[in-house]
Design a protein around this ligand. Structure first.
Ligand code: SF4
Length: 206
């Protein structure tokens, strides 16, 4: 049994909820607390406005698509939320982009928010990290390569002496056209099978 330091994790969450460092985003931050000590971490891009109101990551249409993928592995949305650490590259809604959709977080916002993810990795020591979308993938695999070369593979990462596997997934936003191609759907299927066999998934739902 791994050491489960809930007191530190709750102090950390209180700090995230109270953060107002970035004047360019729309607070409050979204940070969810699972019911069980997590072994699996999911990192997304940033919450949208619905997530802020509900204080739940992936609470709207992108979430429906994301949880449908996990349903295929036999896990319901509520069960996933109770057992997985769900977080994001930035924790506040960045606002709307002029061309529609949510604005991509700026490098400064990403840098401001990065220490929260770092602290969570140190506290939780996940066995597996699901990186959802290019921005989250680049946190762990910084080289600029197309999604096709990331999805469908698992990447062993050593991060500040903590070792875990990163499994990239495409962003489930309805605005993304990446999954329209049949070969990309096949990559997603492969990624989900890798997830099913991963240490983090097996220790969480096995
Ligand atoms: S985006 Fe992150 S660093 Fe910026 S105000 Fe929100 S929680 Fe704080």
């Amino acid at each position: 049994m791994k050491y489960q330091d809930w007191a530190s994790l709750d102090r950390h969450l209180a700090q995230v909820w109270g953060c107002r460092i970035c004047p360019t985003v729309e607070p409050p931050p979204v940070a969810a607390r699972p019911d069980f000590w997590p072994r699996l971490m999911l990192v997304g891009q940033a919450p949208g406005p619905r997530e802020v109101v509900e204080q739940r990551p992936f609470a709207y249409t992108a979430g429906s698509r994301l949880f449908a993928w996990f349903n295929r592995l036999g896990v319901s949305e509520e069960e996933f939320r109770r057992r997985v650490w769900m977080c994001a590259v930035i924790r506040c809604f960045p606002g709307r982009a002029p061309q529609g959709g949510d604005r991509v977080p700026s490098p400064l916002e990403i840098a401001n928010c990065a220490p929260y993810l770092e602290e969570e990795i140190q506290l939780i020591r996940p066995a597996t990290v699901l990186a959802v979308g290019q921005l989250a993938i680049k946190k762990f695999l910084p080289e600029n390569v197309p999604l096709q070369e990331r999805v469908g593979k698992a990447f062993p990462v050593s991060h500040e002496a903590i070792e875990f596997d990163v499994i990239p997934l495409p962003h489930p936003s309805g605005r993304s056209t990446w999954l329209v191609k049949k070969e990309n759907q096949e990559l997603l299927n492969r990624a989900l099978e890798l997830l099913r066999g991963s240490v983090g998934w097996r220790e969480t739902f096995g």
